[in-house]
Design a protein around this ligand. Structure first.
Ligand code: AMP
Length: 186
């Protein structure tokens, strides 16, 4: 099984109302940084995005941010990253993030995170990549998302096999365990 060298994390550009989300983002950043696994993310310095990047850098990790030129002011592009890739638009951002990572973790976030989560899952469904995708649902934040996916399956709009496109874990340690246990890609 090939070792995971980089993980792309999708998460909120806000910290949300529950302090547990910020804590988990920090824990994951520390775990990645200390474990020598590169963090690929959206390049912002705010919200959970900023928290995870800061924690990974503080633990000695490499952090690669990918941000569209037009958002670098809005999301306050992080100025201390190992590498900041500035792209023209959102499509290039997603392609670059998906291309540069060996696997994906979805942490709590808003509409942007949902967009990124569905994009990486549906690209896998269509065969554009075959990388592991892990949803961190320690506190039930993603329960409505998981219920929505189940609903589309129950109503015959999504094939039942789609439920296996991603794994759900309830702890930060579970993310790495799931990624490392993922079957080797061709
Ligand atoms: P949010 O979850 O809304 O705080 O957004 C998290 C990240 O997703 C931010 O970096 C947003 O710029 C990004 N984002 C928002 N909308 C999209 C989109 N349509 N495609 C890709 N990323 C997006």
């Amino acid at each position: 099984m090939a070792a995971i060298q980089s993980i792309c994390v999708f998460c909120g550009s806000r910290v949300g109302t529950d302090p547990a989300h910020k804590r988990l983002a920090g824990e994951l950043g520390t775990l990645l940084g200390a474990g020598g696994i590169d963090l690929v993310y959206g390049g912002g310095g705010i919200g959970l995005m900023g928290v995870i990047a800061d924690a990974a850098l503080a633990a000695g990790g490499r952090v690669i941010g990918v941000i569209p030129k037009s958002l670098s002011g809005v999301e306050i592009a992080h100025q201390a990253l190992t590498e900041l890739v500035v792209v023209d638009g959102m499509d290039q951002r997603k392609s670059a993030m998906i291309g540069r990572a060996d696997g994906f973790a979805i942490l709590p976030g808003g509409l942007g995170t949902l967009d990124e989560a569905f994009e990486v899952i549906t690209w896998k469904q269509l065969g554009f990549h075959d990388k592991p995708i892990i949803v961190l649902d320690g506190d039930g934040y993603w329960a409505p998302f998981l219920a929505l996916v189940d609903h589309t399956i129950a109503q015959g709009f999504t094939q039942p096999e789609a439920a296996a496109l991603f794994q759900v874990v309830d702890s930060v340690d579970g993310i790495l365990a799931a990624l490392q246990g993922a079957p080797e890609r061709p």
